[in-house]
Design a protein around this ligand. Sequence first.
Ligand SMILES: *[C@@H]1O[C@H](CO)[C@@H](O)[C@H](O)[C@H]1NC(C)=O
Ligand SMILES: *[C@@H]1O[C@H](CO)[C@@H](O)[C@H](O)[C@H]1NC(C)=O
Ligand SMILES: *[C@@H]1O[C@H](CO)[C@@H](O)[C@H](O)[C@H]1NC(C)=O
Ligand SMILES: *[C@@H]1O[C@H](CO)[C@@H](O)[C@H](O)[C@H]1NC(C)=O
Length: 230
Amino acid sequence: METKFNCSTFIGLLMIQSVALICVAQDYDFFYLVQQWPGSYSGTQHSRCYPTTGKPAQSFTISGFWPSYNNGSIPTYCDPNNHFNETKLSDLISYLQTDWPSLACPSSNSTQLWGEEWEKHGTCSESGFDQHSYFLEALTVKDSFVDILQMLQVDGIQPDGRVYNLNSLIYNLKSAFYGYNVGIECNEDESGNSQFYQVYSCIDRTGISLIDCPVLPDANCSDSVVFPSF
Ligand SMILES: *[C@@H]1O[C@H](CO)[C@@H](O)[C@H](O)[C@H]1NC(C)=O
Ligand SMILES: *[C@@H]1O[C@H](CO)[C@@H](O)[C@H](O)[C@H]1NC(C)=O
Ligand SMILES: *[C@@H]1O[C@H](CO)[C@@H](O)[C@H](O)[C@H]1NC(C)=O
Ligand SMILES: *[C@@H]1O[C@H](CO)[C@@H](O)[C@H](O)[C@H]1NC(C)=O
């Protein structure tokens, strides 16, 4: 277990101004890497628009990289003065367009989504993560651990519009993630069927290794779920 640094006690003990700098470091326990199946970003909850850069590839894409607490709560907007600045990401834009596209309507070039994610979640990561390293970390984690679609296809689970048994889907996902505890989330397609929407995996607070998710959101899935094509 990691020892948490308690800023208020420390300031109380020392009462020196410079210590406040250290305390910009945010308190959180781990990251959720949430990946979505773009074929399921449509249904009763969202309408889907392709980004101005075109239809994304057939692949899971990043939906969020969220510093979180072990009790499941997710801190937000931790540093309102740290505004998103696209210029800082110029070398990452093409990777973000591939791996973290906005599917919201109206169509956009996705920078608004990245800005919202930075201000809502990125500012809650350790002070060691500036804008560039936060987005680079999310991309690296997505691309270096598990290609979800490819791993599921090995087990015969593919986005073909068919219905899959929830337990076998979870079993196969867990083995794709080397046995680590991961979660899924479903939403509802146009016909009211439960569809496989997102995968939650967990990364330690330094962003280096996969861990068992300490807590997972309610999957909201039926016993059998549709895996729609895209
Ligand atoms: C979860 O833990 C964090 C950090 O300890 C705390 O600030 C927050 O209030 C807790 N939330 C709930 C719902 O217990
Ligand atoms: C955005 O970042 C660039 C590169 O670091 C910097 O030159 C520029 O001043 C920043 N813009 C704002 C509004 O902070
Ligand atoms: C995206 O569009 C916004 C305005 O719509 C613009 O300010 C921004 O520079 C564009 N970014 C890229 C990467 O094309
Ligand atoms: C949970 O699933 C139901 C039925 O499929 C759907 O109506 C609802 O919007 C979903 N809730 C969330 C939070 O995704």
